[in-house]
Design a protein around this ligand. Sequence first.
Ligand code: C2E
Ligand code: MG
Ligand code: MG
Ligand code: MG
Length: 294
Amino acid sequence: EAKSLGSGNACVFQSQMQTRLTEKKSFEADLKQALRNGELELFYQPQVNTITRDICGYEALLRWFHPIRGQVPPSEFIPVAENIGLIHELGEWVLRTACLEATRWPRSLKVAVNLSPVQFRSRNLIQSVVTILTQSGLDPNRLELEITESVLLDKNEQTLDTLKKLKAVGIQIAMDDFGTGYSSLGSLRSFPFDKIKIDRSFIRDVTTRADAFAIVELVTGVGRSLGMTTIAEGIETEEQFACVKEVGCEQVQGYLMGMPVPAARLEHLRQEVDSDGLIEYERLVDAQAASGSG
Ligand code: C2E
Ligand code: MG
Ligand code: MG
Ligand code: MG
């Protein structure tokens, strides 16, 4: 087809390629500066016990606010950071920041941190996690690392070895986005997960489609039988909440329970801690409504 367009169009095509390449380079350069420029921030989203509605912990979610580009979603910059090798530096910053932040919370609350497959395969992973835990003073069993199924793709000894070492340190392991990609029920048997995060795509359809409901019910049942915590991701409506509660899903996370918010916005909640060290979900929602968000 390019031939029939003639040389003029080929030129246009070439200059478009050039523009795209320049933009890619500029995006990468901006991302490399983001940490130094203070453009990165962690937001925290609550994970809530389905029955008691107590908050069990928060997932740390990375945010990039660029002065000109505006807010760039992680789905756009994380893959780039992985490609250019920047994910190690970013990932360490995320882990250190999240662990430090969590030391200020009630001890009953965990912090969940997403780990890129690139980070997971790094030789330094264990050393770096242990160092960060020691320096921050966070109890290892309050840290939960979320890995995706792509980590299990290379089903070598190394993967299992890394997971076992993290477990030996006392860290919890969660399988993120379960049900998408290449996961199988067999992987739940072969790998020592503490938690299964049922992917948002199933929750979206759980009230309207029998197949999605069946999968959520099945995964919850398998999780329970294997002694793993199950959590439903992306709960947006009361109907979805009721549905996953009914099948016995232990925890929920989603906009209904709370949007991801900056650490500073969790601050005032800490003063509302119960005598038993738990913050109630209703209070969080009230506080969020009062401060005009989510
Ligand atoms: P994830 O780990 O599965 O995180 C959950 C995503 O779902 C987050 O998107 C969150 O904001 C969004 N979410 C939560 N509740 C709801 C809901 O009720 N409805 C909808 N529609 N969405 C909801 P976010 O923050 O854009 O992050 C996207 C992905 O980027 C994450 O998916 C994770 O894979 C990755 N990511 C985020 N932060 C980090 C990080 O620090 N390191 C690494 N390696 N990856 C990260
Ligand atoms: Mg996650
Ligand atoms: Mg997820
Ligand atoms: Mg996801």
